[in-house]
Write a protein that binds this ligand. Structure first.
Ligand code: PLP
Ligand code: COI
Length: 340
């Protein structure tokens, strides 16, 4: 397979149209078997549930070229499972996780020419999503849906790659207790847009959201979970029912324990503890692990001892091990890697 002529090393995190996308329609109570198509446009009614009441959920995953030239993806079953949960919460029909994995693999295979080569620093981002497609004007779930998967080659999510980020504690809330913070619904991202535009205007890379009920506990950012490292080398991640259960974070906790022999703990993390940590990182499919160098809490600067030049040592080990597993240079736990 001849690769497309793309400047892989200089890709940002953006959309580039690739050749094929997968589409399956839900009508009369069932999904059709779906197919790969070439047209990137979606045609729906002006009153579609997604356009009026934001009935849409999505996933984010990546395909990688391994050192020995295979194309693989990482734990797609967990994305399929999370999308099932997201759909249930928004009263959408479930696209079964087994069919989800098949559709993802098929779409990656069809766009093989766009999977960046090993060592290029880029990956193929895969975006499965589904939405209410028929007209609804009263507030109720749609009767018809579309499930789709498209791909786009991407570079680092944050400009500057692995340069430590400066984030702020946000005055906006991301998710309410008993709300939708734990699912991957478009609505969670729509409401974060003002906060991120404002953060960028004020010179910050991202927002740290606190729990909406007490505003004392660390939740997550708009697109990634937090990992902290204590001064005695323990990995800590916030426990909350209103954050997205990140697949990267769950994997990193296992990597910390099983590969690095570290103690890894999921627990409530209080904002007042932030100054006690040695390292901080944002983890997610897009973010991988992006180090945080400084957290600004209403004018009070918390400078992580790992500094503003490079990742902290534990974060770096986690990053190297996870990306090694994804790129095939380190043996993966059973079931983590699916060959395309
Ligand atoms: N938190 C939010 C709000 C996200 O959008 C994402 C990205 O998917 C994550 C966390 C990280 O999740 P994952 O590691 O499954 O990509
Ligand atoms: C991902 O990491 O896949 C996401 O969906 C995050 C998004 C903000 C790009």
């Amino acid at each position: 397979m001849e690769k497309k002529s793309i400047d892989w090393a200089n890709l940002g995190f953006g959309y580039m149209e690739t050749d094929y996308r997968f589409v399956s329609d839900y009508k009369n109570g069932g999904w059709d078997e779906g197919a790969l198509i070439q047209d990137p446009k979606v045609v729906i009614n002006e009153c579609a549930g997604v356009l009026q009441y934001a009935q849409t959920v999505f996933e984010g995953m990546k395909a990688y070229t391994t050192q020995d030239g295979r194309i693989v993806t990482f734990r797609p079953d967990l994305n399929g499972e999370r999308m099932e949960n997201s759909a249930r919460r928004l009263e959408m029909p479930v696209y079964p996780k087994e069919a989800f994995v098949k559709a993802v693999v098929k779409t990656i295979r069809a766009n093989e020419a766009y999977v960046p080569p090993y060592g290029s620093g880029a990956t193929l981002y895969v975006r499965p999503y589904m939405f209410g497609s028929n007209a609804v004007i009263g507030v109720k779930p749609a009767d018809e849906y579309q499930f789709r998967v498209f791909t786009t080659p991407v570079g680092p999510y944050f400009k500057g790659g692995v340069k430590p980020l400066t984030i702020r504690v946000s005055d906006f809330d991301r998710a309410a207790p008993n709300g939708t913070g734990h699912i991957k619904a478009g609505l969670n991202y729509a409401m974060s847009l003002h906060a991120i535009v404002d953060a960028h205007k004020q010179g910050y890379d991202e927002n740290m959201y606190l729990d909406a009920a007490t505003r004392t506990k660390v939740e997550e950012t708009g697109g990634a979970n937090f990992l902290f490292v204590t001064k005695d080398g323990k990995v800590v991640t916030p426990k909350s029912d209103s954050i997205l259960p990140s697949i990267t974070r769950r994997s990193l906790m296992q990597v910390a324990r099983d590969y690095l022999g570290l103690c890894a703990e999921e627990r409530e993390v209080y904002a007042k503890e932030l100054a006690d940590f040695a390292e901080c990182g944002l983890c997610g499919t897009a973010a991988v692990i992006s180090p945080v160098g400084k957290i600004v809490d209403h004018g009070k600067e918390i400078c992580l001892p790992s500094g503003m030049d490079k990742m902290g040592p534990v974060t770096q080990k986690l990053y190297d091990t996870l990306t090694g597993i994804q790129m095939g240079t380190i043996k993966a736990p059973e079931g983590w890697i699916v060959e395309v």
